[in-house]
Design a protein around this ligand. Structure first.
Ligand SMILES: Nc1ncnc2c1ncn2[C@@H]1O[C@H](COP(=O)(O)OP(=O)(O)OP(=O)(O)O)[C@@H](O)[C@H]1O
Length: 569
């Protein structure tokens, strides 16, 4: 979808605005009615017939206003909701293509805030603000012209009072641009800290830092209330100043029109009315001031949405990655998450097609980073990664991931049934295929023991399951996907013996099929039979070979092996 089309206002929106304006003009016409009543009264021509006609007209206008208002309001809501739906759909699609590195640079809160609160704000502009502003402007203009037809100088004073909106809004817009933007940024930080707090609630509680003791959340909240106060404190005096000046139009009109009334050139009824109308006009001008200031503030949200929409997407061909083999080659690959802090340094190695390559090394040496780069979660900073001889920097991440199944330590599960969670790996899989994959992954047993078997909901991020069960579901997904490349972060260390055995058996079943496997091993006994073992040390591949070759080398791998043997002895 073209981003420009996303903002396109629809028919419902225009009907909504037209309805609001029309309803406003009908409410203004009551002043004209009042004027003629006063005139009839003054001239002694007010009788029962006129009372009946008048009440009939008032009732009719009232009914018309209600009908127009309800119709316009409903249309505006529908129109606004349609636009915000399009924006959200576009953003959802766009976020899918934004490089993952952006999500790790503290942007998550910003994205959540933009897709929820900023889009809501923009919807508010469409459903309320534009209509209200147009209505107030149209009504003001109508009343000013009406007053001008009665006594021109009085209308001119009201017009000048309205023109004071220009400097008033200029001043308030400057403050909104400065503090409104800061307020919106702090709001995004607030969202980040709240998301972190809610997702980590278990850990926070375990360490007694929940509730009031969570400094990050408290700080974010305090910052938000501070900026909200500053924002109001900066904008309010300008609004108050404008309010005083616009209300001054009332005595000025009364004084100005007094002369002609005293001289008899302005009749009493007209004088009375033009003494009353400035009150209403000043109220309208103040509404315009408040609404336009809040419109400007809400437009910050539109700018934020546009900024996210403009964020560059991952490049690369969407053509399927058709490779004869699935040999993976790292050729002098450099990579850093944070500029200036290299994680992989000139890493070069080959993962042979349909063979098992294990990666071992110290914690933080860059093992998971290698898997992340093969899956194209991140772009390399230098060098090339190729699959089957094809450099993946020219291939879209989605197409690379088509070739890959990943089983890692952080299993993400959706708040859905067991069956649908597994089906994510291959949406067109039949129920029977899902069950076969689960049997292979050693999870059929525990699934069938659940209350509704495969149709049991597993809660948000699968929190109704144990760590080992989650791991096995993720292995079932990999088996179901049956892709030619398998990336595996072996993580059985935190599991109890029973779960560890079940997961190891599931992994063994997963490895039965001939695939190109890259496996991070935290215990060396599991990699003994690998076709190749890579030792990573401080972002470099320092050793490569089979178990026997590396033992013969008597280097880091041999030292790690000996240490593990002593521990298990
Ligand atoms: N998203 C990230 N942003 C910034 N730095 C990161 C990120 N992920 C990892 N790092 C850093 O990159 C380095 C390598 O991390 P990586 O996860 O690849 O190590 P590892 O060898 O897999 O460690 P472990 O065995 O403990 O899982 C570490 O210093 C880590 O702090």
């Amino acid at each position: 979808m073209n981003p420009n089309n996303v903002w396109k206002k629809n028919r419902e929106f225009y009907i909504g605005v037209a309805g609001t304006v029309l309803e406003g003009l009908f409410s203004g016409s009551l002043f004209m009615l009042l004027y003629s009543v006063m005139r009839f009264l003054w001239d002694g021509q007010f009788d029962m017939n006129r009372v009946l006609v008048l009440t009939g007209v008032i009732a009719f206008i009232f009914l018309l206003r209600i009908l127009i208002y309800s119709y316009g309001y409903t249309k505006a809501q529908i129109g606004g909701a349609k636009v915000s739906k399009n924006i959200r759909l576009f953003m959802g699609d766009h976020l899918k293509r934004i490089p993952l590195s952006r999500f790790t640079q503290g942007q998550t809160g910003d994205y959540i805030n933009t897709i929820t609160s900023d889009v809501n704000n923009y919807e508010k502009i469409l459903t309320h603000k534009i209509g209200d502003i147009a209505k107030s402007f149209a009504l003001s203009l109508m009343l000013i012209v009406f007053v001008m037809t009665i006594y021109f100088p009085a209308g001119l004073i009201l017009l000048i009072a309205d023109l004071l909106l220009i400097p008033g809004l200029w001043l308030s817009f400057r403050q909104v641009a400065k503090y409104g933007k800061e307020k919106n940024d702090i709001c995004a930080e607030n969202v980040s800290s709240i998301v972190e707090y809610v997702s980590g609630i278990q850990t926070f509680r375990a360490y007694g830092v929940g509730g009031l003791k969570n400094k990050t959340v408290i700080h974010a909240m305090q910052e938000f209330s501070r900026i909200s106060f500053v924002y109001e404190a900066k904008v309010l005096p300008i609004g108050a100043g404008f309010g005083i000046l616009s209300w001054l139009s009332c005595p000025v009109v009364i004084w100005t029109a007094y002369g002609p009334w005293a001289a008899g050139t302005l009749d009493t009824v007209s004088y009375l009315l033009i003494c009353m109308l400035p009150l209403f006009c000043a109220k309208l001008a103040n509404s315009i001031f408040v609404d336009l200031t809040s419109y400007k503030n809400l437009m910050i949200s539109k700018n934020k949405i546009m900024a996210v929409m403009k964020e560059p997407e991952e490049t690369g061909s969407m053509e399927p990655l058709q490779a004869a083999s699935h040999e993976i080659v790292f050729d002098h690959v450099n990579f850093s998450y944070v500029p200036g802090e290299p994680v992989l340094k000139q890493a070069s190695f080959t993962v042979p097609d349909q063979k098992l390559t294990a990666i071992v090394g110290d914690s933080g040496s860059g093992k998971s980073t290698i898997l992340n780069l093969i899956a194209k979660y991140y772009e390399v900073s230098g060098g090339t990664i190729s699959i089957g001889g094809r450099p993946i920097n020219h291939v879209a991440a989605e197409r690379v991931l088509d070739q890959i199944s990943m089983v890692d330590q952080d299993v993400f599960l959706f708040d859905d049934t067991v069956r649908e969670n597994i089906r994510h790996a291959r949406p067109d899989a039949t129920d029977a295929e899902i069950e076969v994959a689960c049997r292979e992954a050693n999870c059929d047993g525990f699934i069938r023991k659940m209350e509704r078997g495969y149709d049991t909901p597993i809660g948000e991020n699968g929190n109704l399951l144990s760590g080992g069960e989650r791991q096995r579901l993720s292995i079932a997904r990999a088996i179901l996907k049956n892709s030619p490349i398998l990336l595996l972060d072996e993580a059985t260390a935190s599991l109890d013996i029973e779960n560890e055995l079940a997961v190891k058996q599931a992994i063994a079943n997963l490895l039965k099929e001939k695939k190109t496997v890259v496996m991070i091993a935290h215990t060396l006994s599991i990699v003994k039979n690998a076709d190749q073992i890579l030792v990573v040390s401080d972002g470099r591949i320092t050793e490569a070979g089979t178990h026997e070759e590396l033992l013969a080398k008597d280097g880091k791998y041999a030292a790690m092996w000996n240490a593990e043997q002593q521990l298990s002895a």
